[in-house]
Ligand binder design. Structure first.
Ligand SMILES: [Zn+2]
Ligand SMILES: [Zn+2]
Length: 264
């Protein structure tokens, strides 16, 4: 499958050189890869966090495309959702010429990123999960021109509870709402393999991917969410096996914001 969720040193939390991903892709006989650098204007609004230099990013992609003409190197972005950040993202998406736009929920207003323990202060497991899923539902319906919803279930990567699983059965109404929202809008569900030691191989968990299929969803993309080239395509075999077992026959990537299909 084609890995469309990769971070390099353009992202604040990676120091990897893009050439190392290209070398890893060549080793695997893969010709297409999409960088998807972080743009967390949600964090910037709350804490003044770093934003990427889009001019530098564009030059970097053009340089790579020139240096590796036999490869299909695509320029994506991963936007950290918040309602307040939407006006900025609308302008960005309209002006930057991205190939692919991934929208991800990392933060909740006033709580910051689920990555940090303080996010969970004073929250019971069910409360934290419901807050996250409500934000996810809001992101799907936000009206932004995006392609993919990234790593649904992200909160279970870092939740400090003994039971970190975000089960369908506990939040079936919310999950259905989110999945139907994706399907109605023709958006793509990302199968992300950076579940960070949780009991599941993927984000979202298999049962959520299966439910998406049952409801009629057919657009799936694959993302390792690698921050180092060693993690390029990590878990790809397992993700593919899960998807095939459920009944999916195709995966998606995006070029010039158009969906491209490949057999899995
Ligand atoms: Zn993310
Ligand atoms: Zn990411």
């Amino acid at each position: 499958m084609i890995d469309i969720h990769l971070h390099t040193k353009i992202s604040y939390d990676s120091s990897e050189n893009p050439e190392n991903y290209i070398a890893a892709a060549k080793n695997l006989g893969i010709k297409t890869l999409t960088f998807s650098e972080h743009c967390d204007y949600d964090v910037f609004l709350e804490e003044g966090g770093p934003l990427p230099d889009f001019k530098e990013y564009d030059m970097e992609i053009k340089r790579l495309q020139n240096n590796f003409p036999d490869m299909n190197i695509l320029k994506g972005v991963e936007l950290g959702y918040s309602r307040d950040a939407l006006p900025y993202y609308r302008d960005l998406v309209a002006s930057e010429g991205f190939d692919c736009v991934i929208l991800s929920v990392h933060t909740l207003r006033g709580r910051g990123d689920c990555y940090f323990p303080k996010f969970f202060d004073g929250l019971e497991r069910e409360q934290a999960f419901a807050l996250y899923l409500n934000a996810l539902s809001e992101s799907v319906k936000c009206g932004l021109d995006f392609d993919v919803i990234g790593h649904m279930g992200y909160i279970s990567r870092y939740a400090p509870y003994e039971d970190r699983a975000l089960r369908y059965s506990e939040f079936s109404e919310l999950w259905d709402n989110i999945l139907k929202g994706l399907i109605e809008r023709g958006k793509c569900l990302e199968v992300n393999t950076s579940a960070n030691g949780s009991s599941e191989a993927t984000l979202p968990p298999r049962e959520i991917i299966k439910r998406y299929f049952e409801l009629g969803g057919r657009f799936v993309s694959f993302g390792s969410d690698a921050h180092t080239a060693a993690d390029f395509c990590r878990g790809e075999g397992e993700a593919k096996a899960i998807l095939r077992d459920i009944g999916f026959e195709e995966g998606c990537y995006f070029e010039g914001r158009r969906r491209k299909i490949y057999k899995i």
